[in-house]
Write a protein that binds this ligand. Structure first.
Ligand SMILES: Cc1cc2nc3c(=O)[nH]c(=O)nc-3n(C[C@H](O)[C@H](O)[C@H](O)COP(=O)(O)OP(=O)(O)OC[C@H]3O[C@@H](n4cnc5c(N)ncnc54)[C@H](O)[C@@H]3O)c2cc1C
Length: 398
């Protein structure tokens, strides 16, 4: 996203990726608001003509197995962006990579950034050290480095800017299944979020192409990985403890190995410096729960690219210029963070909250869509914050 837009503006742009493209990645369910950055990049037609499964809703299933009514994006606000996609990331990311090349970026895969070079005297980024394949390391001078290295977060690690989010010390275990049962009609492509018994963990159910479904389980790190069970055993046990999955998996077969991600939630203290800026997961990652990661990567890529282009125009590549969009982003993304924290408060019930306060249903759907960057998006928390706090207090007093 970022490389494409910067190159389109006529700036000499180098995009490097350490893996061979296309490469596997988790993060398959898109939020509807991805529509706008994808439109900005000029890839909407490719998305519409792609075989990616169309996603029109999200649905929640309680620990008891009781299913909520699906949140249909279209019902809330009938617009073209109300349909989004469930994507195989290898194909999706390759499409973005190709688009960056079309727009003029020089793209090199199997090329690893070894270091980001920061001049100590001027506190300014001067370029990167990288290695292509098994070749020698080389230094590349650059006026700006945009760090989109995902959870590797090269610059934040180098400068000690990472802040873990202790309340979100989680782990995920997932795999792929064929012939898992999907709903009929408009809910067929839904992302379904299902609690396990006692809300000890939750599953995602993401329908992909060729009747394959991505099914993954998220829980506290110690519970998932430190209880003496292997990830495979923990995954099997949680499958059995998930009432919502029982009927869906009756005819299903697991077709891939079990994969694990751990301790991925963190934030960075400083999103930009002189000549550098962080985007996507390299800036921070909250939690897989609401599928916000790819949208955040796209929108930060777009906003950071606009700040870079503007900075070159003005001759200002300072931290303040390159990070000029970050406060808006922090404000909006903090709403998703709050929603995540509410979900992980065992004693708080989303279903109960919406039943008691139906006036917030459309506000909540906005958040689930990713429409979070407007004044008023935070309204729901006037009510939800005290109720979550009360639920936590009640639990603490038990
Ligand atoms: C368990 C789990 C489930 C998730 N599910 C969803 C979901 O359903 N929907 C959603 O939207 N998000 C989801 N996410 C989040 C999503 O995966 C990320 O937010 C998203 O991929 C971020 O994109 P990015 O471009 O910032 O980073 P990435 O997609 O991680 O890309 C970073 C790239 O940088 C490359 N790289 C790293 N270091 C170097 C280096 N030194 N030199 C060169 N290249 C390097 C990596 O190889 C990688 O290809 C999930 C995350 C987890 C952990």
């Amino acid at each position: 996203m970022a490389a494409g837009l910067v190159a389109e503006a006529g700036l000499s742009t180098l995009l490097v990726e350490r893996e061979k493209v296309p490469r596997y990645h988790i993060g398959e369910s898109l939020m509807p608001e991805c529509y706008w950055p994808l439109q900005r990049l000029g890839v909407l037609d490719r998305m519409k003509n792609s075989p990616f499964v169309k996603k029109k809703s999200v649905q929640f299933v309680a620990a008891s197995g009781k299913e909520s009514a699906p949140f249909y994006f279209e019902q809330h606000d009938p617009r073209e962006c109300s349909t989004t996609w469930q994507v195989e990331r290898a194909e999706f990311d390759k499409m973005l990579w190709d688009r960056a090349a079309e727009l003029g970026a020089e793209c090199h895969d199997e090329t690893r950034v070894l270091d980001v070079l920061i001049d100590e005297e001027t506190d300014t980024c001067t370029g990167v050290k990288l290695r292509a394949g098994d070749g020698p390391s080389r230094t590349i001078a650059a006026r700006v480095v945009m760090d989109g290295s995902g959870l590797q977060s090269i610059i934040a690690n180098k400068l000690g800017l990472r802040e873990e989010i202790p309340s979100l010390k989680k782990a995920a275990i997932w795999s792929y299944f064929r012939h898992a049962k999907r709903d009929e009609g408009d809910n067929a492509g839904a992302t379904i979020i299902m609690h396990t018994l006692n809300k000890d963990s939750w599953f995602w159910f993401i329908p992909l192409q060729d009747d394959v479904t991505s099914i993954g389980c998220v829980g506290d790190y110690d519970y998932m990985l430190k209880s003496g069970m292997s990830p495979e055993e923990r995954f099997q046990l949680e499958l059995q403890r998930c009432p919502g999955l029982q009927s869906r998996l009756q005819q299903a077969e697991q077709i891939d190995k079990v994969r694990v991600a751990r301790e991925y939630s963190y934030w960075t203290r400083q999103p930009a410096g002189n000549g550098w800026v962080l985007i996507g997961d390299a800036f921070g990652f909250i939690d897989p729960l609401y599928s916000s990661g790819v949208y955040f990567a796209l929108i930060t890529g777009q906003w950071a690219a606009e700040a870079v282009i503007d900075g070159f125009r003005k001759g200002d590549l300072s931290a303040r210029q390159l990070g000029s969009w970050c406060e808006d982003f922090r404000r909006g993304s903090s709403l998703i963070h709050k929603l995540v924290q509410a979900f992980y408060t065992k004693e708080f019930s989303f279903g109960g909250f919406i039943r008691n306060h139906p006036e917030y249903r459309s506000n909540l759907t906005d958040l689930l869509i990713g429409r979070i960057f407007y004044d008023g998006a935070e309204r729901i928390f006037d009510r939800m914050d005290p109720e979550v706090a009360q639920a936590r207090m009640a639990a603490a007093n038990e």
